[in-house]
Design a protein around this ligand. Structure first.
Ligand code: ZN
Length: 264
C-alpha cells in the first residue's frame, strides 16, 4: 500500500505537481492555488469572527505603515488585521491575509523588528508552504482521499477539516498545533529578511528581534509564537550570515528613497 502510494505520489510529481520555491528549492505542490487561497480566506474570516479585532488607530496605523512597503515588494492587495491578543504572534495566510497580535506590537522596539516578523510570515505565503505541507500530509495520511475531503469543504467554515486548517499554520486556534518544518522556517527567514531590506527596513533588526523573542521565551510564559518559531542559535546564526546580502539590498533601497517612517 505504502509502495503504491509512493508511486502515485512520484507520478503526480512528475506529471503536474513539482514546483520551485522562490529560493530555488524543489517542492511538491498538489493543491490548486485557488483552493489553498480560498482556505486561507475562510480561515481569516473565521478568525475575525472569533477573535477580538483591535480598532485603535495608533496600532492599526503602525502595522499598515509597515505592511504596505513590504507587500508592495510582492504585489497584490493584502488585508492586514490587528488582533486583540497578548501573545507574541503574527501570521500570514494564503489569499493575502496578515494578522498581527497586539502582544507582538507591544514587544517590538521599532518598525524594523515588526517588519522582520511580517516579512517572515509573508515569506511562508510566497513560498506556498501551506500548499506544500498540505501536499505532504496528503501523502502521509492516505493519498487523495484526504485531498478530496479538503477540497469540497474549502468554502464552508464549520466543516473545514483539521488537516486543512493545520496546513495553513493557524492550527493553534483550532486545537491542533503543527509547526512549519525547519526547512520552511529557514526559507521564510531568508525571503523575509531580503524583503524587509528591499522595502527600506533595517535587516539588522531581524537578528535583534529573534534575540528578543528568545529572551522572552526563557521566562515563565512561553509565547505562542515561539512554539512554532523557535528562536534558536541556528536561526539567529543563519540570519546573521544573510545580513551582508540583505544590507546591500537595504543600501539600494535607501538610495532609491525608500525610508519608511512608522511610529508606534
Ligand atoms: Zn514561520
Amino acid at each position: 500500500m505504502r509502495h503504491k502510494l509512493f508511486l502515485t505520489f512520484i507520478a503526480s510529481c512528475l506529471l503536474t505537481a513539482c514546483a520551485t520555491s522562490p529560493t530555488g528549492r524543489s517542492q511538491l505542490l498538489m493543491m490548486p492555488d485557488a483552493e489553498v487561497n480560498q482556505m486561507g480566506l475562510q480561515a481569516f474570516t473565521d478568525l475575525k469572527k472569533t477573535k477580538p479585532v483591535n480598532k485603535s488607530s495608533r496600532y492599526n496605523r503602525f502595522v499598515s505603515c509597515i505592511a504596505e512597503p513590504l507587500t508592495r515588494q510582492v504585489g497584490g492587495s493584502w488585508e492586514v488585521v490587528v488582533f486583540e491578543d497578548e501573545t507574541l504572534n503574527a501570521f500570514a495566510l494564503p489569499g493575502n491575509k496578515i494578522g498581527v497580535h497586539t502582544g507582538l506590537i507591544k514587544l517590538v522596539d521599532n518598525q524594523d523588528q515588526l517588519a522582520a516578523v511580517i516579512g517572515h510570515e509573508i515569506g511562508h505565503v510566497l513560498a506556498k508552504h501551506s500548499n506544500e505541507r498540505l501536499s505532504q500530509e496528503t501523502a502521509v495520511n492516505g493519498g487523495l482521499s484526504v485531498l478530496s475531503a479538503v477540497i469540497p469543504v474549502a468554502g464552508a467554515s464549520s466543516v473545514l477539516t483539521q488537516v486543512g486548517m493545520s496546513a495553513l499554520g493557524v492550527a493553534a486556534e483550532y486545537g491542533v498545533l503543527l509547526p512549519f518544518s525547519r526547512t520552511h522556517e529557514s526559507e521564510a527567514d531568508s525571503i523575509g529578511v531580503d524583503m524587509m531590506a528591499k522595502a527600506g527596513f533595517d535587516p539588522k533588526q531581524s537578528v535583534v528581534l529573534w534575540q528578543k523573542m528568545s529572551k522572552a521565551s526563557s521566562g515563565q510564559k512561553v509565547p505562542e509564537f515561539m512554539s512554532t518559531h523557535p528562536a534558536d542559535e541556528t536561526r539567529i546564526t543563519d540570519l546573521s550570515n544573510r545580513l551582508s546580502t540583505a544590507l546591500s539590498f537595504y543600501k539600494q533601497a535607501q538610495a532609491a528613497g525608500k525610508h519608511p517612517n512608522c511610529k508606534k
